[in-house]
Design a binder for this molecule. Structure first.
Ligand SMILES: Nc1ncnc2c1ncn2[C@@H]1O[C@H](COP(=O)(O)OP(=O)(O)O)[C@@H](O)[C@H]1O
Ligand SMILES: [Mg+2]
Length: 360
């Protein structure tokens, strides 16, 4: 178990800058998740920690030691890939023990470590099989087992569940969470799936275009995003953003006139005073619409999704920016019906449409 410290870490491929100077501390024993859209640099950042990519600038430290120029095998990390990367001609036991065997460890010692990892992952019955005789979930478990056998200081996972079907993905997600609890090891996990990030992480690191947008505990990012990108990325369904203009503002409270909803206003708490006429975006999460809300917008619900337990109504379903509203149980609303969507303005957030920063 070791902490990981990235300082002004940069990576360029040729003249393309992919990671733009990342500063980040991951505490010893922490489960950190790098999340962000495809191409934002998650894998590159993880590979920089692993030593599979050479940094173009800055440093990587593991357990207080600068490992920027240390070979991958000597960094005390083990990586689990989406593709499993198992040797087809080796048995499960041989695959799991291979890394350790290559370091010249005593065969008996390797067998014991493999046995222990197999017990943790319920692979005891499969040790003599070849990878092609395993299901996708079992193969991924072997890949994780291979990492456990090496008892690394830091586990690195790159989208390890992406090749599994939805049900198995949920089960393996729970297994990985349990593994982290049992081993107490430092883990860095890459995913583009915000639900995986929310459920697994102690700390989520939201990346966009090679920069950290925000890092923090899952529920802190949900409740208190710094900007439009994080607000829209964390939470499902996505937060709604409504165009508005400040119509009145006193210290501590601003009245926002919602441009697309004729005459609708919301009195939103803010720390400063906003100049009347300032354009803002008002963010409101689908699940924060409630019949008890004091603010209301008049809309027409065009599509309803009844998922059982929870229902969502959509208006402007054919636009770029449909409005999503969680409907209360027994809502009785029919598609095409007009609807007064109420919300508590204290739960709404304001953003600057130009800088995309949160206005607090
Ligand atoms: N070996 C490479 N050579 C050139 N460009 C690369 C290389 N690896 C990654 N990239 C580029 O770096 C960016 C980030 O890639 P990556 O880290 O794989 O993103 P993610 O894992 O978030 O989807 C992408 O634009 C990708 O095309
Ligand atoms: Mg990737």
């Amino acid at each position: 178990m070791a902490d990981v410290q990235l300082t002004k870490l940069k990576k360029s491929f040729g003249n393309v800058d992919v990671i733009h100077g990342v500063d980040l501390t991951i505490e010893a024993g922490e489960f950190a998740v790098f999340v962000g859209p495809s191409g934002c640099g998650k894998s590159t950042l993880l590979r920089l920690v692993a030593g599979l990519e050479e940094a173009s600038g800055g440093t990587v430290s593991i357990g207080g030691e600068d490992v920027t120029d240390v070979e991958p095998a000597d960094r005390g990390v083990a990586m689990v890939f989406q593709s499993y990367a198992l040797y087809p001609h080796m048995t499960v036991a041989e695959n799991m023990g291979f890394g350790l065997k290559m370091t010249g460890s005593d065969p008996k010692f390797v067998r014991e470590r493999v046995q222990r990892a197999a017990e943790i992952l319920h692979l005891e019955q499969l040790l003599e099989r070849k990878p092609k005789q395993l299901s996708g979930g079992q193969r991924q478990r072997v890949a994780i087992g291979r990492a456990i056998v090496r008892e690394p200081k830091v586990f690195l996972f790159d989208e390890p569940l992406s090749n599994l079907d939805a049900e198995l993905r949920v089960r393996m997600r729970l297994e990985i969470a349990k593994l982290h609890n049992d081993l107490g090891a430092t883990m860095i996990y890459v995913t583009h799936d915000q639900v995986e990030a929310m459920t697994l992480a102690d700390k989520i690191v939201v990346l966009r275009a090679g920069r950290i947008e925000q890092a923090g505990a899952p529920l802190d990012l949900y409740a208190d995003p710094d900007n439009l990108f994080v607000a829209g990325f964390i939470g499902s369904p996505k937060m709604n953003f409504l165009a508005g203009t400040v119509s009145e503002s006193a210290n501590g409270e601003s009245v926002i006139a919602l441009t697309e909803f004729d005459g609708a206003t919301a009195k939103v708490p803010v720390s400063g005073t906003l100049k009347p006429g300032t354009e803002v975006l008002l963010g409101i999460r689908p699940e924060h619409f409630t019949s008890q809300g004091t603010a209301a917008i008049e809309t027409r619900i065009e599509v309803i999704e009844d998922l059982g337990g929870v229902s969502y109504g959509y208006s402007g379903a054919d636009t770029d920016n449909p409005l999503t509203i969680a409907l209360e149980e027994g809502h009785g609303i029919k598609p095409g019906q007009s609807f007064k969507a109420r919300f508590d303005p204290a739960r709404a957030m304001l953003f600057d449409p130009q800088s995309e920063r949160r206005i607090r």
